[in-house]
Design a protein around this ligand. Structure first.
Ligand SMILES: C[S@@+](CC[C@H](N)C(=O)[O-])C[C@H]1O[C@@H](n2cnc3c(N)ncnc32)[C@H](O)[C@@H]1O
Length: 258
């Protein structure tokens, strides 16, 4: 996991992508292609544990979410489940929560779900934007989250710098993503993640690439200690990683330095 090659990983590299722009385009097309079945697949393939991870991540930021007027950005929001988890924990209706993603199809589903669920359009906003070029001024947000999206960025350091840029001093970020559990549990999990999950994902979505890309992208992703070090380099004075469900997932937490 900590090989020198892995430490040099710049960002996601879907099959066939040769540079940052083609990697981003491939990721965008991939999520657009699976948008109609994305939620179903998420819940089936994670045995619904994804709901627990979103809730755990949102709960971690209760201190910010219960502050009147807090500004929150959920990056790579996809169909919005992390965004909704944040909304549910925010006590004040004037807490502003924005979901941003560069796949129009994923955002459309997020907006439909918001309308149908009573979250309404008044308390949530959706923005079509690239996480590496956010259309916000510096120091705009108290909290930036990203669930299972950050790993797909074409440049992790640029992504971290962009998150730090839009956070105010003392603002926090929470990046929820998959990890690689160790020991016996890790061995069993790897069989599921590399063999069973891609087969079921391909069957239900009818699209081959994305569910082979998922385990490959997790394998390539920097180890927790490496990413924590890169967060500190990007401007987070404090940073840490907390494993969830024996390390199958985990949250990277960071606080922008003064
Ligand atoms: C695995 S989905 C996660 C969606 C949601 N956060 C969740 O937890 O279900 C990853 C999302 O990240 C988005 N994404 C990937 N790279 C992005 C980028 N550079 N800018 C904006 N969105 C991006 C994709 O379009 C996709 O909707």
């Amino acid at each position: 996991m900590n090989s020198p090659d892995k430490q040099k990983v710049v960002g996601a590299a879907p099959a066939g992508a040769s540079d940052r722009d083609s990697a981003a385009r491939a990721v965008q097309e991939m999520f657009t292609s699976i948008a109609p079945r994305y939620d179903l697949l998420n819940h089936v393939l994670s045995f619904n544990v994804d709901r627990l991870w979103w809730w755990q991540t949102a709960r971690r930021f209760d201190g910010i979410l219960r502050r009147p007027g807090a500004r929150v950005l959920d990056l790579c929001c996809g169909t919005g489940d992390m965004t909704f988890a944040l909304r549910r924990r925010a006590r004040h209706p004037d807490v502003q929560i924005l979901g941003a993603d560069f796949s129009h199809a994923m955002l459309q589903r997020a907006a439909q779900k918001a309308n149908g669920s009573g979250h309404g359009t008044k308390t949530l906003r959706w923005v079509e934007a690239d996480a590496l070029r956010l259309p916000f001024p510096d120091g705009q947000f108290d909290l930036v989250t990203s669930a299972f999206g950050f790993r797909n960025l074409a440049d992790y350091d640029a992504g971290l710098r962009e998150i730090a840029r839009v956070l105010r001093r003392g603002g926090e970020c929470g990046i929820l993503d998959f990890g690689e559990p160790r020991g016996l549990m890790g061995k069993v999990y790897r069989v599921y993640f590399k063999k069973v999950l891609p087969a079921i994902g391909t069957l239900i979505s009818g699209v081959k690439g994305p569910y082979a890309y998922l385990p490959a992208s997790v394998e390539r992703f920097p180890a927790p200690e490496e990413l924590v070090a890169r967060m500190k380099q990007a401007g987070f004075g404090e940073a840490s990683w907390t494993p969830y469900t024996m390390g199958i997932a985990g949250v990277y937490w960071g606080k922008k330095g003064g």
